[in-house]
Design a protein around this ligand. Structure first.
Ligand code: NDP
Length: 247
């Protein structure tokens, strides 16, 4: 797989899965724009790692939930790099709680970042990418978006929404040679899952046929395949990367 000459935007590229995706794409020769929300130190660490592959890269602070910030970021990236070919909508948050206790703020914030944030980025690049007549979008969903989960009504709704958005855009953009797919990770070791108690992690492990949590690189490898030309005939799909958890 080669991505030389391509430019990718990875939202939430400062840490975890997003950072691993940025590094993987760079290792394949892709230039990378790394978005982050507030963690400039981690964004700079990812940037340094990406640059070790000899590609062009830069970091961009923007809250994906804010359309104006997203639009100025994507405009700036296109100005800086000349074009944008690969968009990875990875930025995401959780605010878990049982429905009895979940307040409106917890619902709204998760929908705003995970679903509206993905829509914001897609909307801001729709015109240039369709005009370009080539491009690939990957949206990070979750097995929770497919199956639901106790204590994650907000998160599950946001990630199920991402799947509907992915399939609709795949249909809308296909005639312009723009592919849109989703990747649905299971439980992957990152800051997001580090919050879970040992008891919950043990329970999760019991339901993973491959018997281990995923590594961020497992998701990055799946994303790299989907953005490559090897996947040129794949669009509108949800690739589940979960050690068999959702079977
Ligand atoms: P982390 O919590 O480790 O990292 C989250 C990333 O998103 C950070 O880079 C953070 O930036 C960024 N971010 C958060 N809010 C915003 C915002 N409003 N605007 C821009 N960037 C933002 O998460 P993971 O790496 O674990 O998850 C990455 C994606 O994968 C998410 O969409 C998540 O829902 C999904 N996923 C993860 C799973 C897992 O098991 N880990 C399972 C299924 C799906 P900053 O560093 O600046 O705060």
């Amino acid at each position: 797989m080669k991505l030389n000459g391509k430019v990718a935007l990875v939202t939430g590229g400062s840490r975890g899965i997003g950072s691993a995706i940025a590094l993987k794409l760079a290792s394949l020769g892709c230039d990378v724009a790394i978005n982050y929300a507030g963690n400039v130190k981690m964004a700079e660490e990812t940037l340094a790692g990406v640059k070790e592959y000899g590609v062009n890269a830069a970091i961009y602070q923007a809250n994906v939930a804010n359309y104006d910030e997203v639009e100025s970021m994507t405009k700036q990236i296109i100005k800086d790099f000349g074009h944008l070919d690969i968009i990875i909508n990875n930025a995401g948050i959780t605010a878990d709680g049982l429905m009895m206790r979940m307040d409106q703020q917890s619902f709204d914030s998760v929908i705003d970042v995970n679903l509206k944030g993905t829509w914001n980025v897609c909307k801001s690049i729709t015109r240039p990418i369709l005009k370009q007549r080539s491009g690939v979008i990957i949206n990070l969903s979750s097995v929770v978006g497919l199956n639901g989960n106790v204590g994650q009504a907000n998160y599950a709704a946001s990630k199920a929404g991402v799947i509907g958005l992915t399939k609709s855009l795949a249909k809308e953009f296909a005639s312009r040679n723009v592919r849109v797919n989703a990747v649905a990770p299971g439980y992957v070791k990152s800051d997001m899952t580090a919050k879970l108690s040992e008891e919950i992690t043990e329970k999760v492990l019991e339901n993973i046929p491959l018997g281990q949590l995923g590594e961020v690189e497992d998701i990055a490898n799946a994303v790299a395949f989907l953005v490559s030309d090897e996947a040129r005939y794949i669009t509108g799909q949800v690739l589940v990367v979960d050690g068999g958890m959702a079977i």
